[in-house]
Design a protein around this ligand. Structure first.
Ligand SMILES: [Zn+2]
Length: 126
């Protein structure tokens, strides 16, 4: 089934200040798509319009290599743009030397405790 009308996992509204500091301005997205999303019966304000109504949310979604994303949604009636993030809100921690060896990753790699994503270069020592 198409996910064209579904909110991606981790959908959350961010402030304009957070958007300014986001990947949108510093990374090339892997994918860009346009969605008209509806989550019937939701009470999540990030999935409702600014009046709290359940309407299709029209947004352009930018997905990045680290499995996070940024979205811009149009609020037609108010002439407003709303900013959203989706995907894992990564919380990285360092790995022990034993973990790095087991995973075959380089010194000082970081791993997200939530989704398991590892950031670091592949080990090229052998
Ligand atoms: Zn994560």
């Amino acid at each position: 089934m198409s996910d064209h009308n579904a909110f991606p996992d981790g959908w959350r509204e961010i402030t304009e200040a957070e958007f300014v500091r986001s990947a949108y301005f510093s990374q090339v997205p892997e994918k860009r798509d346009y969605r008209q999303m509806l989550d019937s019966g939701t009470r999540d304000p990030a999935k409702l319009d600014l009046s709290g109504r359940e309407l299709y949310m029209c947004a352009t979604l930018y997905s990045y290599a680290d499995k996070t994303g940024i979205a811009l949604a149009s609020e037609h009636e108010r002439g407003r743009v709303r900013f959203f993030a989706f995907g894992c809100p990564h919380e990285f921690h360092g790995l022990t030397v034993a973990e790095e060896r087991k995973l075959g990753v380089s010194y000082q790699s970081l791993q997200c405790g939530t989704c398991g994503l590892i950031v670091g270069k592949p080990d090229s020592s052998d």
